[in-house]
Ligand binder design. Structure first.
Ligand SMILES: Cc1cc2nc3c(=O)[nH]c(=O)nc-3n(C[C@H](O)[C@H](O)[C@H](O)COP(=O)(O)OP(=O)(O)OC[C@H]3O[C@@H](n4cnc5c(N)ncnc54)[C@H](O)[C@@H]3O)c2cc1C
Length: 340
């Protein structure tokens, strides 16, 4: 077995969180991981640290203190303003080798995944990707990562007994974030950074921002599946009437009906709406993961035995092409009455 660069006997009993920022704003998943990290750290009496890279980002450190961090490592340099794997992995690698935390968590964003994977190879440690839950085994000081496998049929609990740091990625929306009273003692630790342009192998020529949609925080979700093909206009109309967002299952993304950022589920977005209306969706595990946290689920499916009904609060056995126009008609007339 290949050993990691540092082992259990050299670790510091700390949880670290990669605090990803975009133009001076922390990603929501970073705050979610701080909240979860605080909960775990309190159970075992460990410290919780965040790691921020960028330039002049002290205000973000104070924001992180409001989510439970004890310490913030701040790496400030103009070449860290934009994520590049060479600079970020270089700086984080050096800092981790110095401080040797036991646990290091990352958001499963494109940058978080990129960084975690690169560092896992450099530390020669493991990486549990897309965890659906995390806990600390207080007996053995081990991170227990819940990961779904075999097409969702199995939930595996993975422990890293010998390799450090114990690393995991978690997708946005899996945990919730909640501000807390800052710790009595907080500290900002400034990391010395020496970077040069020639370390960066990639050049950003142009930045194209696609449609920005945050399904994870939409209060109302109108979700379409294969059974709602040809009904997208109605799904959008419903979403407009109910001040919600349209999302869908993976087949709809694969077939090009909806953009990837609107895919709900295990390999899409995990949502926690107040209301989710599922139209023509069978209810595969991979999809259900994405709406599991909805307060209320209403499903319309023509098959009375569709698995989605097991996860629904209200079940409508019907053709979506008949139900949706009727629903839109009612909502429109309600809107007209309230506008009158
Ligand atoms: C590793 C992996 C990851 C995956 N990740 C995801 C993911 O993140 N998100 C995701 O969604 N899927 C994911 N999938 C795919 C997933 O397993 C299912 O195949 C998918 O969710 C099914 O989509 P669906 O419900 O739209 O289609 P189907 O399973 O084909 O279901 C269509 C449903 O529509 C109903 N229907 C048909 N016509 C009508 C009608 N006129 N009116 C009412 N109901 C009707 C049918 O009864 C049926 O229940 C993943 C698969 C794998 C292997």
């Amino acid at each position: 077995m290949v050993s990691s660069l540092y082992g259990v006997d050299q670790e510091q009993k700390e949880i670290w969180v990669f605090l990803e920022q975009e133009k001076g704003n922390l990603e929501s998943v970073s705050l979610e991981l701080l909240t979860k990290g605080r909960e775990m750290a309190d159970q075992i009496g460990w410290g919780l640290s965040g790691f921020i890279l960028g330039e002049d980002l002290e205000s973000l450190a104070h924001q992180a203190f409001n989510y439970g961090a004890d310490q913030i490592y701040l790496a400030s340099h103009p070449l860290l303003n934009t994520f590049t794997i060479e600079t970020y992995s270089h700086v984080v690698f050096e800092a981790v080798m110095e401080a040797r935390p036991s646990v290091f968590l990352y958001g499963a964003t494109p940058n978080g995944r990129d960084l975690a994977a690169r560092l896992a190879v450099r530390f020669r440690t493991g990486l549990n990707a897309d965890c659906t839950d995390l806990r600390l085994d207080t007996q053995g000081d081990l991170l227990v990562s819940e990961v779904s496998g075999f097409g969702g049929g199995v939930l595996a609990l993975i422990e890293m007994r010998h390799h450090r740091p114990q690393m995991a990625t978690v997708r946005p929306g899996v945990f919730s974030s909640s501000p807390t009273t800052p710790r009595k003692k907080t500290e900002i630790i400034t990391i010395p950074v020496s970077l040069t342009e020639d370390m960066i192998q990639t050049r950003i020529l142009e930045r194209v921002v696609g449609e920005v949609v945050d399904l994870s925080s939409a209060p109302v979700l109108i979700a379409g599946g294969r059974g709602s093909d040809n009904a997208f206009q109605m799904l959008q109309e419903l979403a407009d009437l109910m001040e919600g967002e349209v999302g869908g299952t993976r087949p709809l993304v694969d077939e090009g009906y909806i953009p990837r950022e609107r895919q709900i589920g295990q390999t899409g977005v995990v949502c926690s709406p107040k209301l989710s209306l599922c139209c023509g969706i069978s209810g595969a595990f991979h999809f259900i993961v994405g709406i599991d946290k909805a307060n209320t689920v209403i499903s319309i499916n023509s098959d009375p035995d569709a698995p989605i009904f097991e996860f629904s609060d209200y079940c409508v056995v019907a053709d979506v092409h008949q139900v949706l126009p009727a629903l839109i008609k009612v909502l429109r007339s309600m809107q007209e009455v309230s506008n009158a």
